[in-house]
Design a protein around this ligand. Structure first.
Ligand code: ADP
Ligand code: MG
Length: 292
């Protein structure tokens, strides 16, 4: 490869907010035919908000939220931030937690005021031996609107559902449309619930959805697509996306995301605007044309 053409490409990218760390990413981008894209923080803003609180019978909304937020204060997950923010807005108390534990891709558990409280997805509740009953129906209604439903359990009994929704980035629909028109197939990859994922995907015209994927399995999805002969770019922001970013032919991190993701990717979109992916492909084409 001609270093000069590469340098020009890298420079043009930088001006447009697309940081290209290695020449190989720029060379490969023109061949990319599949974009695997994380949902939370990549397609969406990653700034979820509590949109509904449905306590189980005998529990009041304030108690449910307060217990949940007390636990989430120790978590770094974006969902945790949403719950803590909602409790602060409502002026509810945050209480001390003992024996805190965070289960990656599932949720959090701890002791609050002598009660064992857990908060997370259905898998978390299964692990805790909690039967969800009617809460599952309520959760499904919320998921169909694209919200993420978090279950709470108090001393092994269902405590309620807290629904959190994350707005789609304003720049996402157009960026996906450009890529699609350019022949790129889009695959959504998320640890979130399938119904939630599909509701968000439908809004974006994405028909391939890999949901409920555990953090340690995200890279397997990329590996499988590569084995099918696809040239794969992976876009993500989270710690849990890092192995998949490294596995992809081209890893694309959101500059708004975690440091680990940025370090695992060859390309960083400074402002997290996915339009940078189409731009990088165009640059790659121009660069490779110059070299050839
Ligand atoms: P994503 O791939 O969408 O970034 P994660 O793998 O981080 O999602 O998490 C998957 C699911 O696990 C979340 O959608 C949520 O239901 C649950 N979860 C993970 N961390 C927490 C937490 N701190 N509090 C509540 N639920 C959580
Ligand atoms: Mg994410």
């Amino acid at each position: 490869a001609t270093p000069m053409s590469i340098m020009v490409g890298v420079g043009k990218g930088a001006t447009a907010g697309v940081l290209i760390k290695d020449a190989a990413s720029l060379e490969r981008f023109e061949k990319v035919d599949t974009l695997v894209v994380d949902k939370t923080g990549t397609l969406t803003e990653g700034k979820p908000k509590v949109i509904a609180v449905a306590p189980a019978p005998g529990i009041d909304e304030a108690t449910l939220l307060s217990l949940a937020a007390s636990l989430e204060r120790s978590s770094e997950h974006p969902l945790a931030a949403a719950i803590v923010a909602s409790v602060r807005e409502r002026g509810l108390p945050l209480r001390d937690v003992a024996d805190f534990e965070s289960v990656t891709g599932k949720g959090v558990v701890g002791t609050v005021g002598g009660r064992t409280v857990s908060l997370g997805n259905a898998a978390m509740m299964r692990d805790q031996g909690v039967a969800l009953g009617d809460l599952e129906t309520r959760a499904d209604d919320l998921r169909r609107e694209g919200a993420t439903a978090l279950f709470a359990a108090i001393d092994g009994q269902p405590g309620g559902v807290i629904a959190v929704a994350d707005p789609i980035k304003a720049t996402t629909p157009h960026a996906l449309e450009t890529l699609r028109n350019d022949g790129v197939r889009i695959v959504m990859l998320t640890g979130d619930n399938r119904t939630t994922a599909k509701a968000v995907a439908r809004r974006l015209g994405i028909d391939a959805v890999e949901a409920e994927v555990l953090p340690e399995d995200k890279n397997q999805v990329v590996k499988r697509l590569k084995a099918q002969g696809r040239v794969v770019a992976m876009a993500g922001d989270g710690v849990n996306d890092a192995p998949a970013l490294a596995e992809a032919d081209v890893g694309v991190a959101m500059g708004t995301g975690t440091e680990v993701a940025i370090q695992s990717a060859g390309v960083t979109l400074v402002k997290g605007d996915l339009a940078g992916i189409a731009r990088a492909r165009t640059l790659s084409r121009a660069t490779m044309r110059n070299i050839r």
